[in-house]
Write a protein that binds this ligand. Structure first.
Ligand SMILES: [Zn+2]
Length: 162
């Protein structure tokens, strides 16, 4: 391949809004507590262990879904934290769902606004063009009628300016 050749890319079609909306409103995880990883999301852990440090502290394991089981074998190694029981995990799951819902809502408001703004700009431009065209057509019709009547006069720009 030459220096100025490009590696071909696949096109990126604009996705229909409803599809993106469906994906955001019904997100990818079954369990919001651990996002299906078995490890409770650090920002959720901090609701229960305020000074929790992901780098330093034992991993709190999700007990809201079965994914946590993948981690329980590490219990003997002292690297996991099982104190956040099913009740806490269930509560964290619903907190995270509410967070998600609000975030998705804010995101959609933003996208809708952007779309409306863009559409508004396009419409304004379109209307301007249409108006210009109508004006030009109107002048042509005037000229045609004037010539037919025999009283059409070319008006020089300089005369108009005076
Ligand atoms: Zn989970």
């Amino acid at each position: 391949m030459g220096e100025n050749d490009f590696a071909p890319l696949e096109p990126l079609p604009v996705r229909p809004d409803e599809e993106a909306e469906k994906e955001i409103r019904h997100p990818f995880w079954h369990c919001f507590c651990c996002q299906d990883t078995g490890k409770i999301q650090p920002h959720l852990v901090r609701r229960v262990i305020p000074s929790y440090n992901y780098e330093r502290d034992r991993l709190p394991i999700c007990q809201n879904c079965h994914k946590g089981h993948d981690w329980f074998h590490l219990n003997d190694l002292g690297v996991i934290d099982t104190r956040l029981g099913p009740q806490i995990c269930r509560k964290l799951d619903s907190l995270a769902r509410e967070d998600w819902r609000l975030t998705a809502q804010a995101w959609f408001e933003m996208m809708k606004q952007r779309l409306e703004q863009a559409t508004g700009e396009i419409t304004a431009e379109h209307n301007l063009r249409k108006r210009d065209r109508i004006q030009a057509e109107f002048i042509l019709v005037q000229e045609k009628h004037g010539r037919a009547r025999g009283d059409w006069e070319e008006i020089e720009d300089s005369e108009v300016a005076e």
